[in-house]
Design a protein around this ligand. Structure first.
Ligand code: C5P
Length: 205
């Protein structure tokens, strides 16, 4: 049986954590769709044409260990505004969403464009300060040399570009349940997400 959970939200809001927890709890496959844009953006840093990079993206490219850097995040956000790049990545995401056994996809346009028929739609958000602090801790933990102001400016630049673009902008689907992790701890957000999936699954049997 196919069952799709769509999780969207701005950078560092906690959607990856929620997505991983939901996929583990229900045994659903998980796709972090940001990796598709990061892997595409990563290749443009070497001079590859973005549309060509997206069309020829291989599964191996998603495993590269340098996709989590701030530089690659900005490159991802730039290529993500190109409609032909997005178009090249749609089929893979939709096929993943429909696989039997259930799927969780997290990104920016999953509930609005990739899977408008998703069984559960969540929008995970948090204020800028909380998101910048979380991302700073993560980057410092990985040994990056950065600071709060730089991380905050990076997040804001990316959110502004992701929200203002014409192609599949970052926004909640009309029927998404919003989880604001500003005050809600991550554990509570995960519990709320799991409760929402359980509620919808219970209606289907
Ligand atoms: O989620 P993550 O921060 O890894 O995403 C990197 C960038 O990829 C985002 O800033 C956004 O520009 C783009 N993206 C997107 N649509 C998605 C997932 C990510 O445009 N579904």
């Amino acid at each position: 049986m196919a069952f799709t959970v769509a999780i969207d939200g701005p950078a560092a809001a906690g959607k990856g954590t929620v997505a991983r927890a939901v996929s583990e709890r229900f045994g659903f496959a998980h796709l972090d769709t940001g990796l598709l844009y990061r892997a595409t953006g990563r290749q443009t840093l070497d001079g590859t044409d973005p549309v060509e990079a997206a069309r020829e993206l291989s599964a191996d490219a998603l495993d590269a260990d340098d996709l989590r850097t701030p530089e690659v995040a900005q490159a991802a956000s730039r290529v993500a505004a190109i409609p032909e790049v997005r178009a090249a990545l749609v089929d893979f995401q939709r096929a993943f969403a429909r696989r039997s056994g259930g799927a969780v996809l997290d990104g920016r346009d999953i509930g609005t464009v990739i899977c408008p028929e998703a069984d559960v739609k969540l929008f995970v958000t948090a204020n800028d300060d909380v998101r910048a602090r979380r991302r700073l801790t993560e980057l410092l933990g990985k040994g990056h040399d950065t600071d709060y102001d730089t991380v905050l400016a990076d997040l804001r630049a990316r959110d502004a570009r992701d929200s203002a673009r014409a192609a599949a902008p970052l926004k909640p689907a009309d029927d998404a349940v919003t989880l604001d992790t500003t005050r809600l701890g991550i554990d509570e957000a995960v519990a709320a997400a799991i409760a929402e999936v359980e509620r919808v699954l219970a209606k289907q049997v």
